[in-house]
Design a protein around this ligand. Structure first.
Ligand SMILES: O=P(O)(O)O[C@H]1O[C@H](CO)[C@@H](O)[C@H]1O
Ligand SMILES: O=c1cc[nH]c(=O)[nH]1
Length: 256
């Protein structure tokens, strides 16, 4: 039996094999309210975990904090406890001018401009989500008729390197890269999916992401507060829960 994990402070009895991964710990009870009989099982550092059931199957919600290092730790420790299917529910900033704040972004790949994934795989390896899980997210977003977009997202380690690149000593590099990502149609910027997709590949588990677009810095001057951001995550959570239900149902049907 796997021991209590050092950072998330959970044992195998505490968690389900299907896990939602928000960044923000405050988002955990909100997502858990969509589960039956959800209870808080652990809180340690940035990692808050609730567990309940979806249609009779145990499902957990664990916050990953901000950035690749803590997201990778959460996934590693959950995998050590038996988890095999992960859906990140996060926020992002839009990069293509036509994207309207509030839109849902479902990544089909993530640019690895962060450090964590490079301690797992050479940069030539692509950070891509699980295809089947991503299909379930797309089906759920389409069925709900929400404004959703599929494509590449950019992941980085510095939030302010995205928002104030001109203040950084390496400004020319950041600005040149940003232009290149935009020119190739990159939809949005966030921080964890590249690390999560790469860790998932290394550990042979499934992971996909759905993101709520808070604002679009290519359309508007970004004011970073809750009043100005499109921060109601209801649509992203509904789509993720519907996708998780679908994958659990599919796994039950194909179980031998
Ligand atoms: O809202 P979460 O899931 O934390 O995701 C995004 O928000 C944080 C930055 O504000 C980063 O973690 C980024 O990836
Ligand atoms: O602009 C944004 C919004 C959320 N998360 C990010 O990393 N960037």
């Amino acid at each position: 039996m796997a021991e209590r994990q050092f950072h998330i402070q959970c044992t195998a009895e505490d968690i389900g094999h299907y896990v939602f991964l928000p960044g923000d710990p405050d988002r955990v009870p909100w997502i858990a309210s969509y589960l039956e009989n959800a209870q808080k099982v652990a809180q340690s550092r940035e990692f808050t975990t609730y567990t309940g059931t979806l249609d009779g199957t145990r499902v957990s919600v664990t916050s990953t904090g901000i950035g690749g290092p803590s997201a990778a730790i959460a996934m590693e420790e959950l995998v050590a406890l038996g988890a095999h299917t992960f859906l990140r529910i996060g926020t992002c900033g839009g990069m293509q001018p036509e994207l309207v704040p509030g839109a849902l972004i479902i990544p089909t790949g993530a640019i690895r401009m962060e450090g964590t994934s490079q301690e797992y795989m050479p940069l030539a390896f692509p950070a891509v989500p699980d295809f089947g899980l991503t299909e379930h997210l797309v089906c759920a977003a389409r069925a709900a008729a929400y404004d959703y977009h599929t494509g590449v997202v950019q992941c980085k380690d510095s939030f302010y390197g995205q928002h104030s690149p001109e203040t950084m000593p390496v400004a020319p590099t950041l600005l040149q890269n940003w232009q290149a990502w935009k020119a190739a149609g990159t939809l949005a910027s966030e921080m964890e999916s590249a690390a999560l997709f790469t860790v998932a590949a290394a550990r042979h588990v499934r992971c996909a992401t759905i993101l709520q677009m808070l604002w679009n810095q290519e359309r508007q001057a970004v004011v970073r507060d809750k009043e100005h951001a499109a921060s109601d995550m209801t649509h992203a959570i509904e789509v993720a829960v519907a996708a998780m239900r679908a994958v659990i149902r599919e796994n039950k049907e194909t179980a031998v």
